[in-house]
Design a protein around this ligand. Structure first.
Ligand SMILES: CC(C)(COP(=O)(O)OP(=O)(O)OC[C@H]1O[C@@H](n2cnc3c(N)ncnc32)[C@H](O)[C@@H]1OP(=O)(O)O)[C@@H](O)C(=O)NCCC(=O)NCCS
Length: 128
């Protein structure tokens, strides 16, 4: 069961879900949420790799709850593993209704990014 009471630390990205981001049912489109998660993971990957990187895989994407128009959406991204050229980054998205203090986890997934050189080929990531 998702833990709803405690968002994990400081968000990497925070945004507002807008009417243009909805699916035909009026809830927020899952693809929009995935792109926000990819942006958050990409930000952590760029900082970790100190340069260009690209998404190579996304695993364990789970949509726990819908996001509604007007929700504040916070993306929490953290490194879970650094390989030779790859970085695994776990991302959680949390929603907060704009008039409420309460937050709920809405999605999570693990993104794998690969550090790229100037030719677009995999390059080693410096180990911490
Ligand atoms: C990123 C890219 C340059 C990697 O090239 P590649 O020849 O596959 O590189 P490698 O086989 O050396 O793999 C690179 C790393 O990715 C990892 N990897 C490869 N496939 C993976 C997968 N399906 N899941 C998780 N990790 C994977 C490898 O284990 C390796 O990790 P390591 O160096 O830490 O050991 C190439 O796959 C690419 O350009 N992909 C498109 C990226 C892109 O456009 N993303 C945006 C999509 S919209």
């Amino acid at each position: 069961m998702p833990q709803d009471d405690q968002p994990p630390g400081s968000p990497t990205i925070r945004t507002i879900a807008m009417p243009a981001d909805t699916n035909p049912a009026g809830d927020i489109f899952g693809g929009w949420l995935m792109s926000q998660m990819d942006l958050a993971a990409g930000s952590v990957a760029a900082l970790t790799a100190r340069g260009r990187s690209a998404t190579i895989a996304v695993e364990g994407m789970k949509f726990h709850r819908p996001v509604k128009v007007g929700d504040e959406v916070s993306l929490y991204a953290r490194i879970v593993r650094i390989g030779r050229s790859s970085m695994q980054i776990h991302v959680e998205a949390w929603r907060r209704q704009r008039e409420s203090d309460d937050s709920q986890r809405v999605t999570e997934a693990t993104f794998t990014f690969v550090a790229l050189d100037e030719y677009g080929a995999a390059r080693p990531v410096e180990q911490p």
